[in-house]
Design a protein around this ligand. Structure first.
Ligand code: TXA
Ligand code: MG
Length: 325
C-alpha cells in the first residue's frame, strides 16, 4: 500500500469511512486514527502500531456536546476542565457508554476522550459521523511523531494517508486525567501541568500518589518514546561528555550551545529558554539524532517546572533502556 501525504479532508474522510486508517495532525503529536465505533478499524490500529491489546486508545471528538454520545455520569469537574482547556491537550477518563466498543478501552469501564486543537482535524471530525480512536502514530515504544515525515518513516506502506497539518504546536502528548470521587487524578503527565489543572478544580493528585491497587494506566509503562540509539540524560553536560571519550555523540541541550564542547552533532531546543518551545522540539530532536548514526545521544534535562516536568518524564522513559555505556 502506498502512503500518500496530503491535505485533502475529502480523501482522509473517504479512507476513514472505509474502515481504513489515516494519520491525523493534532497540537500534541500525530495520531493514528480510525473509526472509534468500528471494531474492525480499531483492531487495525493495534496491529499497525504493534501495540498490545491491553493498552487502550483515546477517542477524539469534535466538541463538548459530543461527550454525551460516548460517556455517562460525567463529573462536574470534567465539564469544568473541558471548558477551560478544550479544544486542547487534555484527555479525560469517563464512564463509557455501550456504543464504544470494548476493544477501544481494552475492556476498561472508562473511555479516554479528548478534543484536539488542530484546525484540519477538527474540520475532519465535524465531517464524519463517528469519533476517531487514535493513539500516537508511532510504532509501540518508539518516539512519538510531531511531523508528517516522522509518521512516514515508521508507518509508510501500512496506512493509505497522512493528513499533513505541519509540525505539532505543543509537541508532547496530552495530559490524561481520571476522577476518583470527583477529584481529578493525573494518569499521564503532558502538555497541561498539574498546577494548571489545580487552578480550575482545586486539589488534583498524581496517580502514583493515590494509594490503592487499581491497575495502572499503561501510559505509565517505564520504557517508552525511545530512540534506537542509546540515550543518556544529564544535568551536567560537560562532565557527561568528558566521560564519553571516543564516542560519536549527539547533544540535545536546553538553551545553551556549549561552544567549547566537541561533539558530532548539536541541537539546542530553545535558544530563548522557553520551556514550551523546548517541548515542541524535543521529539523532532530525538528523531533527527536517531538518524545521524551517533553512538550515543546526550540530552540535557530541562528545568523541572511547568511543562519541563512532563518533558523530563518523557526523557526518563525514553532513556530507560540505556544501560552500561
Ligand atoms: O496527545 C495525545 O494524547 C495523543 C494524540 C494523538 O491525541 N495521543 C496519545 O495516545 O498519546 P496514546 O495511545 O499514545 O496514549 C494514550 C494514553 C496511554 O497512556 C493509555 O494507556 C491511556 O492514554 N489511556 C487511554 N485510555 C485509557 C483508559 N480507558 N484508562 C486509562 N488509561 C487510558
Ligand atoms: Mg503514545
Amino acid at each position: 500500500m502506498e502512503t500518500i501525504i496530503g491535505k485533502s479532508l475529502i480523501q482522509a474522510a473517504q479512507f476513514l469511512n472505509n474502515n481504513q486508517l489515516v494519520a491525523i495532525p493534532t497540537e500534541t503529536v500525530y495520531g493514528l486514527a480510525g473509526n472509534a465505533f468500528s471494531s474492525i478499524a480499531v483492531q487495525q490500529i493495534y496491529a499497525v502500531k504493534k501495540r498490545p491489546l491491553y493498552n487502550p486508545l483515546i477517542v477524539h471528538i469534535p466538541n463538548i456536546q459530543y461527550l454525551n454520545t460516548i460517556a455517562k455520569n460525567i463529573p462536574n469537574n470534567a465539564y469544568k476542565l473541558f471548558e477551560a482547556f478544550s479544544p486542547g491537550p487534555l484527555t479525560l477518563l469517563l464512564s463509557k457508554k455501550n456504543i464504544v466498543p470494548n476493544i477501544v478501552t481494552a475492556n476498561l469501564p472508562h473511555v479516554a476522550v479528548r478534543i484536539p486543537n488542530h484546525k484540519l482535524t477538527l474540520q475532519l471530525l465535524n465531517n464524519l459521523s463517528f469519533p476517531l480512536a487514535a493513539p500516537s502514530a508511532n510504532l509501540f515504544g518508539y518516539i512519538s511523531p510531531t511531523k508528517p515525515e516522522h509518521v512516514f518513516k515508521q508507518l509508510h506502506n501500512q496506512i493509505p494517508y497522512i493528513l499533513n497539518g505541519g509540525a505539532c504546536k505543543s509537541g508532547i502528548e496530552s495530559t490524561v486525567v481520571g476522577f476518583e470521587k470527583g477529584i481529578p487524578v493525573i494518569y499521564r503527565l503532558g502538555a497541561i501541568s498539574k498546577t494548571q489543572i489545580e487552578t480550575i478544580t482545586g486539589k488534583c493528585l498524581l496517580k502514583n500518589e493515590v494509594n490503592n491497587n487499581a491497575p495502572i494506566s499503561p501510559g505509565m509503562i517505564k520504557y517508552h518514546y525511545s530512540p534506537n540509539t542509546p540515550l543518556l540524560l544529564t544535568n551536567t553536560v560537560d562532565a557527561t561528555i568528558q566521560q564519553l571519550k571516543k564516542k560519536k555523540i549527539g547533544l540535545i541541550s536546553f538553551n545553551k550551545s556549549y561552544e567549547t564542547v566537541k561533539v558530532k552533532h548539536k541541537i539546542v531546543l530553545s535558544k530563548k529558554s522557553s520551556l514550551a518551545e523546548a517541548a515542541k522540539n524535543i521529539y523532532a530532536a530525538l528523531h533527527s539524532m536517531d538518524e545521524l548514526n551517533v553512538d550515543v545521544i546526550v540530552a540535557e534535562l530541562l528545568p523541572n517546572k511547568g511543562i519541563g516536568i512532563a518533558v523530563n518524564e518523557k526523557l526518563q522513559k525514553a532513556g530507560a533502556k540505556t544501560t552500561g555505556l
